[in-house]
Design a protein around this ligand. Structure first.
Ligand SMILES: [Zn+2]
Ligand SMILES: [Zn+2]
Length: 222
């Protein structure tokens, strides 16, 4: 695997700028090998978003030089519903579930990080000032914690890098792209990771963690 893997992006299925096809094409041109499209969902739209991204996946053979992985991002879903919705997304055939974590840039309900981890999310996005205890639990449960390229969400990347170093929690690098200028090539990505106090080798590890998740999704869908 040489190209970028990015498992947190948004299309027109929620608040991104492009249809999944254009987003995938632009990512491909940027040097991506795999793009996870994980649009915002809550109980109001999860069926439509899942149907949309799964329709793209069904035509995957026509998308050359890039793999599109169908995900969703549970966003501001109230505590008490998160675990249930993770299960529901999987039953709808979604490959992996991201939960919109407790970023300091938005008033995400306290306790969201914990329910995402306990509820079996694949990725906890921008987990804000996550505690060591929860990072340890994420490690135990195999939940990837996200280093974010996104404005606002990236403010706590340094904190997450430190807590991951203390606990051994696994990290993943994602852009949370909503438009094509948000997509990063591997060089930009490495700079963002190093800017969080990590090393270029950590970026390689994060891409490996992402690849393991992608391989699980691909295997599971056969
Ligand atoms: Zn968004
Ligand atoms: Zn997002």
């Amino acid at each position: 695997m040489t190209g970028m893997i990015d498992l947190h992006t948004h299309s027109l299925l929620s608040d991104g700028e492009y249809l999944p096809s254009e987003l995938a094409r632009r990512a491909c041109v940027k040097g991506y090998q795999v793009i996870g499209i994980s649009d915002h969902v809550d109980p109001s739209n999860i069926e439509q978003v899942a149907a949309g991204i799964l329709a793209v996946r069904a035509k995957m053979a026509f998308y050359t030089n890039i793999v599109i992985v169908p995900g969703v991002e549970l966003t501001h879903v109230p505590k008490g519903l998160i675990k249930e919705m993770i299960g529901y997304a999987r039953r709808l055939g979604i490959g992996y579930v991201v939960v919109h974590g407790e970023t300091i840039a938005e008033p995400v309900e306290e306790g969201t990080n914990r329910e995402a981890i306990e509820g079996g999310a694949d990725i906890l996005a921008h987990p804000g000032l996550i505690t060591e205890e929860l990072a340890s639990l994420a490690k135990e449960r195999g939940v990837l914690l996200e280093i974010s390229a996104r404005k606002g969400h990236s403010l706590t990347n340094g904190h997450l890098a430190r807590v991951a170093g203390l606990t051994g929690a696994k990290l993943v690098y994602n852009t949370d792209a909503h438009e094509s200028s948000d997509l990063t090539n591997a060089e930009d990505a490495k700079r963002i990771v190093v800017g969080a106090g990590l090393f270029p080798g950590d970026f390689v590890k994060m891409q490996q963690n992402a690849l393991e998740l992608v391989n699980r999704v691909i295997k599971g869908s056969k």
